[in-house]
Ligand binder design. Structure first.
Ligand SMILES: NC(=O)c1ccc[n+]([C@@H]2O[C@H](COP(=O)([O-])OP(=O)(O)OC[C@H]3O[C@@H](n4cnc5c(N)ncnc54)[C@H](OP(=O)(O)O)[C@@H]3O)[C@@H](O)[C@H]2O)c1
Length: 296
């Protein structure tokens, strides 16, 4: 019995930046048989990839010239610019996908600079750690050129589930800030919870064993809150702002009595009180968003 040889992918890929994430990105393409060229400021980080079949470029310009699809993953956007500036001429006709983390305005500026060199630009925000790249746990948000997203969807699929969030190149970073804000808010709650437990000699591991299932259960309320916010209808028959504000005030008093700081939760009380002062105490807890949202 003869087996058909696996078809060699025709897209040539370059990965610039071989830190913890970049090395795994390059490996994901190599493993699927892509002609992969790599470059890193510290060349030794390419050794393992080269041993597995990657081409080592001597300069960033050489790396850009070698790949139809150029993936960049370095420290920050300033570094992207620093690395690509000497490679500007080689960018013409290339497609650049930047998986470096950043914020919206630098993403837009970088997109304008890259397209000004005659290249296509797609920005990406990675929701994975190196170990989960290419697994069902990884997802990546992209914004910028929708044509690039569609053309290279097969290659993007190798890294993590790809989602296109808009043609504004800054949009993936905007989503990134939103999602990371949710994560840091959860961390803030965790720190507060552990500090209160600690004031009564309860171990962090013990309270965390209860906190994780409680947070999972509480997260189930978020889609309902989101629907209220999108509709602007904050009518509720259940948990209104007033009752939550009373509960939070009692909690803060008890927290202080335990000698624990209230710095993390006091701002939340302020958001609630602002809405109550405007006459919205009987409306849903989700109305607290109105104390934060920008005027549109
Ligand atoms: N690791 C993750 O789990 C993860 C997840 C999502 C997003 N990200 C984002 O992915 C990007 C890379 O993360 P990482 O974990 O791979 O970081 P890392 O391991 O610290 O690697 C940083 C990379 O940037 C390069 N670099 C730094 N300064 C440079 C300069 N002045 N000129 C040229 N190259 C420079 C480094 O080159 P040298 O090797 O020469 O120092 C290295 O290739 C970051 O924006 C990070 O936020 C990472």
């Amino acid at each position: 019995m003869t087996t058909e040889p696996a078809q060699q992918p025709t897209v040539s890929v370059t990965v610039i930046g071989l830190g913890n994430l970049g090395r795994v990105l390059a490996a994901a393409f190599l493993e699927q048989g892509y002609r992969t060229t790599v470059w890193n400021r510290s060349p030794a980080k390419a050794d393992d990839l080269v041993a597995r079949g990657a081409n080592r470029a001597a300069t960033a310009a050489e790396a850009v010239a070698a790949g139809e699809l150029v993936i960049v993953c370095v420290l920050d956007y300033d570094t992207v610019r620093q690395v690509l500036t000497p490679a500007a001429d080689a960018l013409r006709g290339r497609t650049l996908i930047n998986l470096t983390s950043g914020t919206p305005e630098p993403a837009r500026e970088l997109a304008a600079w890259v397209t000004g060199q005659g290249a296509e630009y797609l920005d990406g925000a990675v929701y994975a750690v190196p170990q989960t790249i290419g697994t069902p746990d990884a997802f990546v948000l992209y914004s910028g050129s929708s044509a690039v997203f569609e053309t290279y969807r097969e290659q993007l699929n190798l890294l993590g589930a790809p989602t296109f969030v808009g043609t504004d190149p800054g949009q993936a970073s905007l989503y990134d800030i939103a999602l990371l804000s949710g994560m840091y808010g959860m961390f803030a709650g965790f720190f507060q919870s552990v500090a209160i437990a600690d004031s009564a000699q309860v171990k962090a591991t013990d309270i965390t064993g209860l906190l994780v299932p409680w947070l999972n259960a509480a997260a189930a309320a978020l889609p309902g809150f989101a629907a209220e916010i999108d509709s602007g209808d904050y009518t509720t028959a259940t948990s209104n702002l007033e009752i939550n504000a009373v509960g939070l005030t009692n909690m803060l008093t008890a927290t202080k009595a335990q000698g624990v700081g209230v710095d993390l939760l006091t701002p939340l009380q302020t958001l609630f009180e602002r809405q109550i002062a405007q006459g919205h105490g009987a409306e849903s807890l989700s109305r607290a968003i109105e104390s934060l949202r920008s005027s549109r």
